[in-house]
Design a binder for this molecule. Structure first.
Ligand SMILES: Cc1cc2nc3c(=O)[nH]c(=O)nc-3n(C[C@H](O)[C@H](O)[C@H](O)COP(=O)(O)OP(=O)(O)OC[C@H]3O[C@@H](n4cnc5c(N)ncnc54)[C@H](O)[C@@H]3O)c2cc1C
Length: 405
């Protein structure tokens, strides 16, 4: 593999860094730094995504003729590296990364023209309606029903664990259009306007304790929701194929940039927190060893990503190795939040220490960096579950990477 970056690559990296410096407002940086779950207000997210669009850096994996920047794999790597180093908000995946590839591959011409430009420009906010109270890992057992009635489907059921649906304009949903035959064959893929009568978004308040409106996940209830048949993607009953295609894009993330940035923050905390003998924690042999082990694991992760990057540059796909990235990347994310709790100690204990984070008139209990430590620790329990739990990823690796049956 060839891991050398060219002079043009370094020029590109400088351009990204300078653009971030100019376009990432200081107040937004502060809000993002304090956000326990990495999310900001709808306005902040929209501002950021629209700024990227204006620069020509939206739809990062889209083909050039549809407006993608056509980064080389190396440019993409450097772009992600700079974004993580500057702690910018993540690009919301639901539109550009998840539903857009499905519309591109399986949507009609009319659907492409209607939806893709708004997704690229972040004029609409999408959310994902796959999981249900009785259907997660075993997604094919989903029961939300869509019954054909003339030019409409009438949708009834409940989706759950829906991320940021309180902000969404549209939801892409897996629905059951038939109970006959194998379960997968009765599933269809529908695009639904969240303003349709009969949709109710119900917040789920999680252990990281965000106040209502700032919640990360929701239930979405559908009661006799009328959806025009032209919002069906592809063919009725083929939704399972489209759903699986989408999941390839949901899981193919790079983790090492974000991990390196988090480790840097953790090292800063360890330099000011004291160990029991009064010396900085960073000089405590046991804690220093944990930091070094984390750094080694992150470097190994980075080299795995670079190895995959190198094969992408020669035209190969990520394939089931994305499961490896997801498992290892999320384990390391969790490890860093655990070490942060250990470093901060007692000041992680106050349960609701987020008032000042949200701009309320309340002082932090303890140092400012302590306030988000426990909410982040709790929030990061999710990473081993969403986008297909890590147990499911291990099943995929056992079968498709190791060839075990
Ligand atoms: C924060 C968060 C955000 C999410 N956002 C969305 C969203 O926006 N839209 C959406 O549709 N969904 C979303 N999800 C749902 C997510 O995809 C599911 O939670 C996930 O697929 C697991 O399903 P489940 O929660 O029903 O758990 P279950 O499937 O009930 O699994 C329970 C446990 O059993 C294990 N298990 C299950 N089957 C197997 C097996 N075959 N082999 C080994 N172990 C197994 C699992 O690993 C897990 O530990 C989100 C989830 C979280 C936590």
């Amino acid at each position: 593999m060839d891991l050398k970056f060219s002079a043009e690559d370094f020029e590109f990296q400088k351009e990204v860094r300078a653009w971030i410096e100019e376009n990432y407002p200081q107040e937004m940086r502060e809000r993002h730094k304090r956000s326990a779950n990495g999310h900001l207000s709808r306005e902040d997210h929209m501002y950021w995504q629209q700024a990227l669009y204006k620069k020509g850096w939206a739809g990062l994996d889209w083909p050039g003729e549809l407006g993608g920047p056509e980064f080389t794999p190396t440019q993409r790597y450097l772009f992600d590296l700079e974004m993580a180093a500057a702690d910018t908000p993540g690009i919301l995946p639901f539109g550009q990364t998840m539903v857009a590839p499905v519309i591109m591959k399986y949507g009609s011409e009319e659907q492409k023209q209607r939806f893709l430009p708004d997704i690229l420009a972040s004029r609409v906010w999408w959310c994902q309606g796959y999981s249900e109270p009785g259907a997660g890992s075993d997604l094919a057992s989903l029961r939300t029903k869509a019954e054909r009635d003339g030019d409409y489907y009438v949708v009834n059921g409940t989706k759950t664990w829906n991320t940021l649906g309180q902000h969404a304009d549209w939801i892409f949903c897996l629905v059951r259009t038939s109970d006959d035959g194998p379960r997968q064959q009765g599933i269809s893929f529908l695009l639904i306007d969240m303003k349709s009568p009969g949709i109710e978004v119900q917040p789920i308040i999680t252990l990281d304790n965000p106040p209502e409106g700032y919640q990360e996940i929701n239930m979405v209830h559908f009661t006799d929701v009328k959806v025009p048949v032209e919002n069906l993607i592809g063919e009725e009953g083929k939704g399972w194929t489209y759903a699986k295609y989408l999941l390839e894009f949901e899981r193919g993330n790079a983790y090492s940039h974000g991990l390196k940035a988090s480790l840097k923050e953790l090292r800063k905390i360890a330099a000011v927190e004291l160990s029991s003998d009064g010396r900085p924690l960073s000089e405590d042999a046991d804690f220093a060893r944990k930091l070094s082990e984390a750094e080694i694991a992150i470097r190994a992760m980075e080299f795995t990503e670079l190895r995959i990057l190198s094969s992408l540059a020669t035209g190969k796909n990520v394939g089931p190795e994305s499961s490896l990235l997801k498992c290892r990347g999320t384990e390391l994310q969790q490890l860093l939040t655990e070490l942060a709790v250990e470093a901060v100690g007692n000041y992680t204990v106050p349960f609701d220490n987020t008032g000042a984070i949200l701009g309320m008139n309340a002082d932090f209990i303890g140092p400012e960096y302590a306030a988000a430590t426990a909410p982040r620790y709790f929030n990061n329990r999710k990473v081993a579950i969403y986008a297909g739990s890590n147990e499911i990823q291990r099943n995929i690796m056992a079968k498709l990477v190791l060839g075990l049956t």
